[in-house]
Design a protein around this ligand. Structure first.
Ligand SMILES: [Zn+2]
Length: 174
């Protein structure tokens, strides 16, 4: 899937044959109204693809732990969450919505630059609300556990968090 930022790109090219003869077959807002989904078809090769057009209020830069800066990439967040949530009962729409929430949080701050750690924490917060297994998968990579004790300590934290404020993940009572 391709993503337009700002507005429809007038000379969008077909991802299959690079032709610019692209027609829009259908456009409608996504479920959470954060973007417009357009189904497109290439008049040259008949290839079909979907674009999402969404509002981005500001250019956001991410500062990595080595000090390098790179533009915030919504797709990257989306992909990392999809990997963490693979085969879990969470829909793409739900992930989309969570990512939109993360972007809105970044946009609502007075800053244009955020550390990758901060964004990672937002992703973790979003994941724990979606699926605990996905959260643990993401965290085990992101927190880079080196010792089994690190992981055990982390699992304990997760259980405490669940006990404290996640009544919806309640254990079934007999
Ligand atoms: Zn084409």
């Amino acid at each position: 899937m391709l993503y337009d930022s700002y507005e429809s790109v007038p000379y969008m090219r077909c991802p299959f044959c690079q032709s610019d003869g692209i027609q829009v077959k259908d456009s409608r807002p996504t479920e959470d109204n954060s973007s417009i989904r357009r189904r497109r078809v290439c008049s040259e090769c008949g290839g079909r693809f979907t674009t999402f057009e969404r509002i981005q209020l500001r250019d956001i830069m991410i500062v990595k732990s080595d000090g390098k800066r790179q533009p915030f990439d919504r797709e990257k967040i989306m992909r990392s969450m999809e990997v963490a949530l693979q085969k879990r009962p969470v829909t793409t729409e739900q992930i989309e919505k969570a990512v939109t929430g993360i972007v809105r949080q970044l946009e609502s701050k007075g800053d244009n630059e955020f550390s990758s750690l901060y964004v990672g924490d937002l992703v973790m917060q979003a994941l724990i609300n979606l699926d605990v297994v996905g959260y643990i998968r993401y965290a085990s990579v992101y927190k880079n556990f080196s010792e089994p004790e690190d992981f055990n300590a982390f699992l304990q934290e997760v259980q405490d968090l669940q006990a404290a404020n996640m009544p919806k993940v309640s254990k079934k009572k007999p």
